[in-house]
Design a protein around this ligand. Structure first.
Ligand SMILES: *[C@@H]1O[C@H](CO)[C@@H](O)[C@H](O)[C@H]1NC(C)=O
Ligand SMILES: *[C@@H]1O[C@H](CO)[C@@H](O)[C@H](O)[C@H]1NC(C)=O
Ligand SMILES: *[C@@H]1O[C@H](CO)[C@@H](O)[C@H](O)[C@H]1NC(C)=O
Length: 481
């Protein structure tokens, strides 16, 4: 590919710090010993060059005035937020289908859209989802939550009608000579309408394109669509379109400045930086108990990967109604080497989303039930334990010094096999191992869309190649700091 050579030089590596709060999934397999060490980590962000890439060191945004909850409360929150995100994603997927079907459908989708955004609250409450990157915008810096199922990047802007506390100084349009609001008659404003169903243009005195992103928990960001110079560790992107949010609400955003949209569609950072990064980005999500960091790489520079197995590529499933989502064709699953038999694999139910912001992989019932049965079979020696929230396949492993975790492989169209890291197979609800569950859940309906969550993507290099319409996978130990 023509861009291959020079996007190498432009590749950007961002380090994703592991869940520094330590209260989430991360604590399950050990105590909170790493927590203090992580808190003591320097908060100053640095950038440096590594090989052909530019590296941004990144911290987890652990700023929170809220007194720490008990581990159980934290876990309850994690899984219920995750369930909310999953059902919210189902509604958004349906909305994009409606938009494609008819003008009436588009209107209905637009009306529903404000209710159907991904709840960023889960992204922020869930320590494990709290991957933040610092970008330069119009001369200032903004630390934003990274989300692959979101499209529009937004930051809080002056003058604030309402803003949550953020650690970086607020973005001030008046102090940036390169800032400009996006006019109503621009293609970006049209794209916004499709993305949110909510764009609005004022009269002659307000020729600007406003956006409103509403999330299910009542948090929101509202402001105008604007463009300014984006800087990613020295790489400049002129005219980057983003939301300049003057009215924002939601404790979930913590001390961040806003959100980075890494979805597949027109307004996302990936699409807008096509010239610099060739439409390719990748991440490596760390094991939560290692107290280390992961990385986000913009651009296709495989020299900065540390993969220990060759990269295998699965084709994305293209669909005019895909919206910002990354779809793959899941054609099989093996458990302990045994192929799982399910009619779901040969039907449209095999079309799944891969998402960095969902924790637990959720599968349509036909596939989940088959996977569950195979696990039950292979773990039959362990006494059953009660289910926990969305997790219904649990065992009492109290007192065992060793557990044989069956290997779990996802098979994508073309026979592409991806082995899930053994840490991503079981979920330890209690620290005494009296409730250890299969870390996957069933969706409500066969017509829902299965989602591969981040719990099953740990210690993998996952490469999103939008130009080649493929997703690459390789094993990698994700401890960068
Ligand atoms: C948008 O409107 C402005 C002012 O009316 C006009 O100058 C400009 O050419 C229009 N742009 C497009 C893309 O239509
Ligand atoms: C798990 O097993 C242990 C030891 O066999 C037992 O004492 C305990 O009550 C069990 N816990 C649950 C939740 O079943
Ligand atoms: C998924 O792969 C199967 C097997 O190759 C194929 O029959 C099916 O049409 C594919 N589905 C999609 C949505 O591409």
């Amino acid at each position: 590919m023509a861009w291959g050579a020079w996007c190498t030089a432009a590749a950007l590596l961002v380090l994703l710090l592991a869940a520094a709060g330590g209260d989430g999934v991360h604590c399950l397999e050990h105590g909170s010993g790493s927590r203090r060490a992580l808190r003591q980590r320097t908060h100053r962000l640095r950038s440096r060059a590594v090989g052909g890439a530019t590296v941004l060191e990144l911290r987890h945004h652990s700023f929170s005035p809220v007194p720490s909850k008990t581990r159980k409360e934290e876990l309850d929150g994690i899984l219920s937020s995750d369930a909310a995100r999953v059902s919210s994603l189902q509604r958004r997927i349906e909305n994009y289908r409606l938009i494609r079907l008819s003008p009436e459908g588009a209107a209905a989708a637009a009306a529903a859209a404000s209710m159907a955004q991904v709840p960023v609250t889960s992204g922020a409450k869930l320590r494990t989802l709290n991957y933040v990157a610092t970008i330069g915008l119009g001369g200032g810096e903004a630390t934003v939550i990274v989300d692959t199922a979101s499209e529009l990047t937004w930051v809080q802007c002056k003058p604030c009608a309402s803003c949550h506390y953020q650690e970086d100084p607020l973005f001030d349009p008046t102090s940036s000579p390169s800032y400009a609001a996006v006019p109503c008659n621009s293609s970006s404003c049209d794209a916004l309408q499709v993305a949110t169903g909510m764009s609005a243009c004022g009269g002659a005195d307000q020729p600007q394109c406003s956006y409103t992103l509403s999330y299910r928990d009542g948090s929101y960001s509202h402001g105008v669509l604007a463009h300014d110079k984006l800087s990613l560790a020295g790489e400049a992107v002129d005219g980057f379109v983003f939301g300049c949010g003057t009215s924002n609400q939601g404790a979930p955003f913590g001390g961040t400045s806003g959100l980075m949209g890494l979805g597949r569609s027109q307004l996302s950072l990936v699409s807008q930086t096509m010239d610099q990064f060739g439409g390719v980005f990748s991440y490596c999500l760390p094991l939560k108990d290692s107290g280390s960091s992961g990385s986000l790489v913009l651009g296709d520079d495989s020299s900065v990967y540390r993969n220990s197995t060759p990269i295998v590529y699965a084709s994305m499933v293209s669909d005019p109604a895909q919206g910002p989502f990354y779809f793959l064709n899941l054609t099989g699953i093996t458990v302990g080497g045994e192929p799982v038999e399910s009619s779901g694999f040969s039907s449209s139910a095999g079309k799944v989303i891969i998402d960095s912001g969902t924790v637990i992989t959720s599968l349509v019932p036909s596939i989940y039930d088959a996977v569950r049965a195979e696990f039950m079979d292979q773990l039959a020696e362990y006494p059953p334990a009660p289910g926990y929230q969305i997790l219904d396949t649990c065992f009492n492993m109290t007192g065992l010094s060793e557990v044989q975790v069956p290997s779990l492989k996802l098979v994508f169209d073309g026979g592409v096999e991806v082995e899930v890291d053994s840490s991503g197979v079981l979920f330890f609800v209690t620290s005494d191992s009296s409730q250890v569950c299969l870390a996957m859940a069933a969706l409500k309906s066969e017509y829902d869309t299965s989602i591969i969550g981040n719990y099953q993507q740990k210690n993998l290099r996952v490469i999103f190649d939008t130009s080649g319409s493929q997703v690459g996978f390789a094993q990698e130990t994700c401890d960068y700091i």
